[in-house]
Design a protein around this ligand. Structure first.
Ligand code: SF4
Length: 318
């Protein structure tokens, strides 16, 4: 039996967990191919027009898995993995949205991920998911423990300086000497690490010798500390991490500039972008890169060349 996992959205945070979990249960795991123009175009055509580009994109990825002939599609309903926050509403309704938009899909496996009681809730969800696939609950619990080990190893590799794309094996560094400015590249992992939708932003920055720091590289204890220091946090999981990461890098004076990467049409980012900009104001230069289905690499190159040149000149004249 083959389980298909779309390689976008929560994939960039949780694929190493679910990959090991399903393999331990005896399934073959198939992830959709990396984003291509055909996948994006299909998603754009079959999604409501006012959706953000990552939501359009996942429609194309699910379709690619269906064409691949997998037996199940795994698309969990991501509700909450930490106290007092949820995933963006589009994540909450995603399984319904996909089923309403795409015909003739293989059966969809969509456990509700709401970790109200932390690990205990996760083990319960894994036990139930195993049962729904015909495996025993005990086997599900054992698979969950192994999957957690794999996920922690993935997180450790990121804290040690890999980007999510590198930790997932989606890209490799070219070995270019990184002697340029240090940049906080802040945005949702499913935007920054998708080489197609980001127009290979990580590669372009590496070619220019820029050292990139992302939100996922900030130690989780520091994120928790920063969350407690805020009078009020945002409601959304990924949005909070972007804001806290900006505070972390700017408080510690670790970066020469900040780029906020946003998806055109993203509701939460209207607030996130402003908060990050205010955090950077008077400290380091800040710019925003907005991505959508029409984003071309030339536009991105022009923007980052101008920004990186300005940072280099600023450093030389300091
Ligand atoms: S957080 Fe923004 S970009 Fe991500 S799914 Fe929600 S609306 Fe789209």
């Amino acid at each position: 039996m083959r389980i298909g996992i779309p390689s976008t959205l929560a994939y960039y945070e949780y694929f190493p967990f679910w990959d090991v979990f399903f393999r331990e249960l005896g399934f073959d795991v198939v992830s959709s191919p990396i984003t291509t123009k055909a996948i994006l175009d299909w998603g754009v055509k079959h999604t409501v027009s006012d959706a953000c580009v990552p939501i359009k994109l996942i429609h194309g990825h699910v379709r690619a898995l269906a064409e691949e002939g997998v037996d199940f599609i795994f698309l969990p309903r991501m509700v909450s993995v930490a106290p007092k926050e949820t995933f963006c509403p589009k994540f909450l309704g995603l399984p319904d949205l996909i089923q309403a938009s795409i015909n003739n899909l293989p059966p969809m496996l969509s456990p509700r991920i709401y970790l109200r009681f932390g690990r205990m809730s996760l083990f319960r969800i894994c036990g139930q998911t195993a049962r729904s696939l015909g495996a025993s609950r005990i086997k599900g619990l054992r698979a969950c423990a192994k999957a957690l080990d794999a996920w922690h190893a993935f997180l450790r590799s990121i804290r040690q300086g890999l980007t999510v794309a590198e930790a997932l094996g989606l890209r490799q560094r070219t070995g270019t000497a990184l002697r340029g400015p240090r940049l906080a590249l802040l945005g949702y992992p499913y935007l920054i690490n998708d080489p197609f939708i980001s127009a290979n932003l990580l590669g372009l920055l590496e070619e220019r010798g820029v050292q990139v720091l992302t939100a996922e590289m900030v130690p989780s204890e520091d994120l928790k500390r920063l969350s407690r220091s805020m009078r009020k946090n945002l409601f959304w999981h990924y949005s909070n991490r972007v804001v806290w990461a900006a505070m972390y890098y700017l408080d510690k004076e670790m970066v020469d500039g900040v780029i906020h990467v946003t998806a055109f049409g993203c509701g939460p980012d209207a607030m996130v972008g402003k908060l990050v900009e205010l955090e950077a104001k008077g400290k380091v230069p800040f710019t925003t890169l907005s991505l959508d289905e029409h984003t071309g690499q030339e536009g991105i190159i022009t923007r980052i060349d101008a920004f990186v040149d300005m940072l280099v000149r600023k450093k030389v004249s300091a």
